[in-house]
Design a protein around this ligand. Sequence first.
Ligand code: ADP
Length: 517
Amino acid sequence: MRVAGLARCKNLPSHLLRMHLPSACRQMSIAAGLKNSSIFRSQGLIGGKWIGAHDGKTIQVNNPATGEIIADVPFMGRRETNDAISSAYNAFNSWSKQTAAERSKCLRKWYDLIMSHKEELGQLITLEQGKPLKEALGEVSYGASFIEFFAEEAKRVYGDIIPATLADRRLFVLKQPVGVVGAITPWNFPLAMITRKVGPALACGCTVVVKPSELTPLTALAAAELALQAGIPPGVLNVVMGNAPDIGDALLASPQVRKITFTGSTAVGKKLMAGAAGTVKRISLELGGNAPCIVFDDADLDVAVKGALAAKFRNSGQTCVCANRIIVQEGIYEKFAEAFSKAVQNLLVGDGFSEGVVQGPLINEAAVQKVESFIQDAISKGAKVLLGGKRHSLGMTFYEPTVVADVKSEMLLAREEVFGPVAPLLRFKTEEEAICIANDTNAGLAAYIFTNNVQRTWRVLEALEYGLVGVNEGIISTEVAPFGGVKHSGLGREGSKYGMDEYLELKYVCLGDMNRK
Ligand code: ADP
């Protein structure tokens, strides 16, 4: 096997020779295998047809671990987006009139197909996004779980009957789909950020135009191919990608699009919110975080280290719920810093297809430069690097898992999301001070606390201005719970029964003249 593999790789490009040879070779053969798979698509999906940009323009998709070009996808803009909106608008009439049971069956079939292609989808995620294969396979299960959950919820869109105030009236409330939805998603979860939006939208009877990140469109296209195979009718799910501002503007300008759902940066989210005002669209935003992870003196040290490690280093620190500030009480600070640094030192960095790797590359060079500038800022203001603090010897966009001590609130590391494998440690004395530091940010997505004191747990979790709180636990996302933030971290919730409300309008009906014979 090994000999055959190496023989296939005799034409390895020179820059790949820097990588461990079997690893680079494996990457290339996995990419080649995926391109032959039945789920690999590299065109946009509009009205059930796979098509390119009207002017033939394309954009490259790269493997962040190697820089290799995996595929060229269409560089689409306003014209294709308007076509996709028309398809979604036309499909809405029949899709929204299907019974909930019929829509549920299609979604369930889609879920089954995603799970039966778990390995290929996981590989595709690792290839275009970089996360370790085990984590990518976890994302497939997590992403699919939204489709399964909302296939079930489709059948539970109940209305209400309201006791009338007058004897000859009957009052009730219908729940109806909002209409065409524009869904704009980021690169850090190429599958799950899409299924979390498309699952409930389709379950409610909406149709969708998805714009995945141009950095990771292949997983989105593969998922869309499986949706077609599942019998989801043409036009119900459309995918366009290319010129992000143009696509965004077309979605915002169209009166046929009744809702925008977005996951991404706070800056783009604010633009979309302002743009949605022109046509008074509904909007859900899942934006950046600046998650505090508070470790109290009374925490179990092992639990806190394990939880903080998971909350910080998942996807190499590239998630909006990653612990961004580890705020540690002075009595446990030194012990925690030592144990945590030891645990971080054991994190194996490498290409996501290599056995045992738990830290993949960052998404691109800009991401590494951002991390570097944050570290420089912290050092210049007196912080101390305990571990890492530089680009990894593997080169490319690999960065060493890093722990920085003596971080202060005024440093960039504490003020903004670093979105990389850097754990800043801040010190505090009292519970009040910890709450004050934790809430001293415009962000309000996830927060974590580690303590064994029940009264403190309640006091602190109630005082935290955040949409999600993990207590003695670093991984908290699940399809059955509402995910979303407060303050500048966004509007609305995804997942759970509450996630359905984002795609439903209430219609109040007053039925009069009941007593006429
Ligand atoms: P990130 O920094 O995580 O890439 P972005 O907010 O830049 O966050 O990107 C999230 C998604 O928003 C991506 O699909 C991206 O292409 C898209 N996007 C970026 N700018 C705009 C825009 N002006 N209008 C609409 N979508 C945009």
